[in-house]
Write a protein that binds this ligand. Structure first.
Ligand code: GTP
Length: 341
């Protein structure tokens, strides 16, 4: 079975971190986020199609250096085609029912169980479902009378109007015929344009609800949050990569390889990426420090992101710091499947 890993988005909500690197390679607990879904692939999957575009060389390089035990096809889109367009663009490699997986979700979904559920229901499409409290931030599914059947989506409903509290959790099991519904060569959102058509035309659209945990790491707040949750789940105060020099006082903080933190620095709820330098006396809270960035002596950062290679001094509250050139073609706002900040 083939699995398409969607890894070609710009990740605009994670800028400035995504100005210099592919979003799927942003580390979570010092490991690229895409490695979590790659490690979660079920035994049924023997071929992985990496749907890439933006910063594809970085992603390709990573997969060349890390063998996930599957045949790998790097499917390079000529331009970003969105979640639906990227799936259609992989058509030539699809030989039967297949999986489509977002690369920016950390969750406990058992894909083998979802495949089984899909087969049992003779579904055209099965999507993973996760219950949320804040329905008004998501597209919520409307469940039908048949167990597990989905009859529609309602975008960002008011809580009192929400047909359920279940949202699309970013993993799909699809029959090959689904590809006939997706137009070629254009930007298409699977969620907004294709799924509603499949529901309407086939009446065989199902949702598979799972338990455990689900975190969408697509925005800065959730990027910070996933680290706090994983630290707590592993009963860790902090997490250090290899070769870290730490002389500061840290709490709820994750530090990448070769980073250094000087005397008198205090970090709380932060992510420090590889090779970053935090100088003496800094006070950093709920902030992300990019790779090779330097935070100068006595700086104070709070809810701030310093991009890779930035040099930062002074006090910064709620800022995205990027003084370098923005990559050519990088969109000013989300494209395709707009979800919101
Ligand atoms: P934002 O710009 O912050 O919305 O991020 P994004 O570009 O990653 O979009 P989104 O979070 O909606 O993407 C969901 C998944 O689809 C992620 O795994 C993306 O890498 C992937 N994705 C989004 N757009 C494209 C695309 O045009 N091509 C491919 N191949 N993957 C995409």
């Amino acid at each position: 079975m083939e699995a398409i890993i969607l890894a070609g988005g710009y990740g605009t909500r994670l800028r400035p971190l995504t100005y210099s690197r592919a979003k799927p390679l942003l580390p979570i607990m010092n490991k690229p986020m895409v490695s979590y879904i790659a490690e979660q692939l079920p035994p049924e999957v023997d071929k992985v199609i990496l749907a890439v575009n933006y910063r594809k060389d970085q992603i390709e390089q990573y997969f060349k250096n890390h063998d996930f035990g599957r045949e790998l096809i790097v499917n390079d889109e000529p331009e970003p085609l969105g979640t639906g367009g990227a799936t259609k663009f992989a058509q030539k490699h699809i030989t039967g029912p297949f999986l489509v997986l977002n690369s920016d979700i950390i969750c406990s979904l058992n894909l083998s169980k979802m495949i089984e559920y899909h087969k049992k229901h003779k579904a055209m499409a099965t999507i993973s479902l996760w219950p949320v409290e804040n329905v008004s931030e998501f597209g919520v599914v409307d469940m039908g009378a048949d167990e597990g059947s989905v009859i529609g989506f309602v975008e960002k409903p008011k809580p009192q109007d929400a047909p359920s509290n279940l949202i699309n959790a970013g993993a799909y099991m699809l029959e090959q015929d689904i590809l006939d519904y997706i137009p070629s060569g254009k930007l298409v959102s699977m969620e907004k344009e294709i799924f509603p058509q499949i529901i309407q035309k086939t009446n065989r659209f199902f949702g598979y609800q799972f338990e455990g945990y689900w975190i969408d790491v697509g925005r800065i707040t959730s990027y910070l949050d996933v680290h706090k949750r994983l630290l707590s789940a592993q009963n860790l105060d902090n997490f250090f990569g290899e070769n870290v020099q730490n002389n500061g006082v840290l709490k709820n903080t994750v530090v990448g390889d070769n980073a250094s933190i000087a005397n008198g620095a205090a970090l709380d709820g932060c992510i420090v990426l590889d090779d970053a330098i935090i100088e003496e006396g800094c006070n950093l809270k709920n902030s992300v420090i990019g790779a090779h960035a330097t935070i100068k002596q006595n700086s104070i950062l709070d809810y701030t992101v310093a991009g890779d290679n930035e040099s930062v001094e002074g006090t910064h509250h709620n800022e995205l710091i990027w003084t370098q050139e923005i990559p050519k073609g990088y969109p000013k706002k989300q494209i395709g499947n707009v979800i919101g900040e």
